[in-house]
Structure formats: structure tokens, C-alpha cells
Design a protein around this ligand. Structure first.
Ligand code: SAM
Length: 321
């Protein structure tokens, strides 16, 4: 926790962020203290990795890579295996290739040349997972990248990677939900990727994202959509492609109308892609239950999920506040 607090101090050492520091810190520390039987095991991993000579984070597409970590790849592997499942990545650590379930570079390629350059911007990455994209945003030269992610394991994965890096990337991951954050209208780029469909109240999520944006800023929204006319949305009964807590999948026109109702402007659909098993795949880093997209689609008709809904299609929208 000491290390987290030191990194926190460094990150919030910014005039625009300082006034939110105390609230973010106390809420984060509270979350880290929540009773979770895995924490002792995960903390040992962080201590082991933090004791090693560190290396530099770099991009080796599609991987985020750290070279020259002062140990064997086997030692890194045995530690990172204690933090399964690795959903987001992929990573190369020394010679260890960590193929996460999601090949995240495919998503990044769809948007990286369409967004306003992140150079010198304060960036918020909502629902950041283990921070694969948070780190990629930092490598684009952002002034600060604040990731928020309520799932505790992913915060430990982020810290494990961060403990292997020797540079200050001006990024941090806090174990918080957007709803728990103070309203901080300071971010020039706000990302919500893979999060909207998990919200019970999608309009509230869109409004909360807007409340975090500095004037004349950019929202990058990536979410599941379905085919259909304006005002159509699918409300799955039970699971969708095996996922729990999927509440509402809009048509693209419905999604645009939600954004207009939330007060966004210049709404621009930059990509619509079907999710393939090249992007979401089974790997040894998923853990004991190695099911992935191919198991969540109907074997006799892969245009449908196992529940009989349209197979996952994702849209990326860029808009302004
Ligand atoms: C499907 S993952 C997407 C991860 C990453 N952004 C990506 O695009 O690959 C969605 C993440 O959002 C997190 N999440 C869900 N609701 C959230 C909320 N209200 N605030 C912040 N994070 C949330 C989940 O814990 C989950 O890790």
C-alpha cells in the first residue's frame, strides 16, 4: 500500500487534480482494504516483482513490452500465473509472451488515428481492466492518465506490470467505479470502452462521463450494438454471449440518440466491427475455465450467441461535450 500511496502522491501532484486527491485516496484505500481472501497471495506477487531491477515499457505491436527486467522469464511467468485470468493485453515481459484473452491492439488500431492526439492531455480511462489501454494512452504522451476499475484483481495486475517499469508514465489505476468518483471536470479525453452495456442506467453513465470532461473535450465510447432502427434496443434476458450484467444493447441510431439526449455534439461513428475469435480467444492465461468467444456462439450458427441473440458487434463513437 505504501508503494500505491507514493505513486498516488506523484500522480496527483498536478494543480487540476489536487483538489480531488484526498477523496480519491481515501476511497481507493478503503477499496483496497475490502476483505478478499486472495489479497495475501496477490500482495506476495507484487512484493516479488517490485524487488526486481526494472525495465522500460515500450510498444512492440501488438504487445506492450518490458525488456531488461532483472530476472528470468520463468520467474516472471510463475508470479503472473498467480494473477489469472489475464483478460487484457497482450504483453511481452523479457522473453515471456503473455497472450491475454483479448488481443487489445485490434481495438486500439481501430481508433488510434481517429482520436485527437492524447499528447499533453489529461485522460480518463473508465473501466480500464488491468490497464493495457491506460498504458497505451500514457505511451501516446498524455500528461496524465487516470484509469478506474472496480475489480480488485485487475488493479493487482496493473500494479504487477507497473512494478516492473522503470519510467514514470504519469498513469495510475484506482479501484473505483465511475459513480464513486468525485466530479472532476478536468479530462480532455475520456474513454469508456466495454462499459456502457454493463450499466443498469446507461443515461446516467453517459451523463457522468460528460461531467468529467473539461470544456471542448472528447469522449471515445466503445460499446456493443445490435442491428435495428432508431429507438430499438435489445434487453437480454439472463446472459448475453455468456456475460452476466449485460443490460441494454442499442442499435447505432438509438445509441446516437442517447448521446444527443445526454448533451453530446459532433457524434461520429468511426468503426463498427464484429468481434472475432482472433480478438477474443482461448489462451493459457485465462485460467481454470478456459472458455472464450468460440464457446459463446451457437455452434450451428455463429451469427448468434448461445442464447440466440445476435453475435457481438461493437461500435466506436467519438463525440464532444
Ligand atoms: C469489458 S471490460 C473493458 C475493459 C477495457 N476498457 C477494454 O475496452 O478492453 C469492462 C470493465 O469495466 C468495469 N466497469 C463496469 N462498470 C463500471 C463502472 N461503473 N465504473 C468503472 N468501471 C466499470 C468492469 O469491472 C470491467 O473490468
Amino acid at each position: 500500500m505504501k508503494l500505491f500511496e507514493d505513486k498516488f502522491e506523484l500522480f496527483f501532484n498536478d494543480l487540476h487534480l489536487q483538489q480531488f486527491k484526498e477523496e480519491c485516496l481515501s476511497k481507493s484505500l478503503k477499496e483496497f482494504k475490502i476483505n478478499n481472501g486472495n489479497v495475501p497471495k496477490w500482495s506476495v506477487v507484487l512484493d516479488e516483482l517490485n524487488a526486481l531491477p526494472k525495465g522500460e515499457l515500450d510498444l512492440n505491436e501488438p504487445y506492450l513490452s518490458i525488456k531488461n527486467i532483472g530476472t528470468t522469464s520463468e520467474h516472471i511467468e510463475s508470479n503472473l500465473f498467480k494473477l489469472l485470468p489475464w483478460r487484457k493485453g497482450p504483453w511481452i515481459l523479457n522473453d515471456l509472451i503473455l497472450e491475454s484473452e483479448w488481443q487489445g491492439d485490434l481495438k486500439w488500431q481501430r481508433l488510434k488515428n481517429k482520436i485527437t492526439s492524447l499528447k499533453n492531455r489529461r485522460v480518463l480511462d473508465v473501466g480500464a481492466g488491468n490497464g493495457y489501454f491506460t498504458f497505451r494512452m500514457a505511451l501516446e504522451g498524455a500528461k496524465k492518465v487516470l484509469g478506474i476499475e472496480p475489480f480488485l484483481l485487475f488493479n493487482y495486475q496493473y500494479a504487477a506490470i507497473d512494478n516492473l517499469i522503470n519510467q514514470n508514465l504519469n498513469s495510475i489505476l484506482l479501484p473505483l467505479r465511475l459513480e464513486e468518483m468525485p466530479t472532476m471536470p478536468v479530462f480532455e479525453s475520456v474513454f469508456s470502452m466495454g462499459v456502457l452495456y454493463h450499466q443498469k442506467n446507461h443515461m446516467e453513465h453517459l451523463c457522468m462521463l460528460k461531467a468529467m470532461m473539461a470544456p471542448e473535450s472528447e469522449l471515445i465510447l466503445e460499446t456493443l450494438i445490435v442491428e435495428g432502427p432508431k429507438n430499438y434496443s435489445l434487453i437480454p434476458k439472463g446472459r448475453y454471449a455468456n456475460m452476466r450484467n449485460v443490460y441494454c444493447l442499442p442499435s447505432i441510431e438509438t445509441l446516437k440518440s442517447w448521446l444527443i439526449d445526454a448533451g453530446y455534439t459532433n457524434i461520429n461513428v468511426i468503426d463498427i466491427s464484429k468481434t472475432t475469435s482472433k480478438e477474443q480467444r482461448k489462451t493459457q492465461w485465462i485460467g481454470d475455465n478456459p472458455a472464450s468467444l468460440e464457446d459463446f456462439l451457437d455452434p450451428s450458427d455463429p451469427t448468434l450467441t448461445v442464447e440466440g441473440y445476435p453475435a457481438p458487434t461493437r461500435a466506436i463513437i467519438i463525440c464532444n461535450n
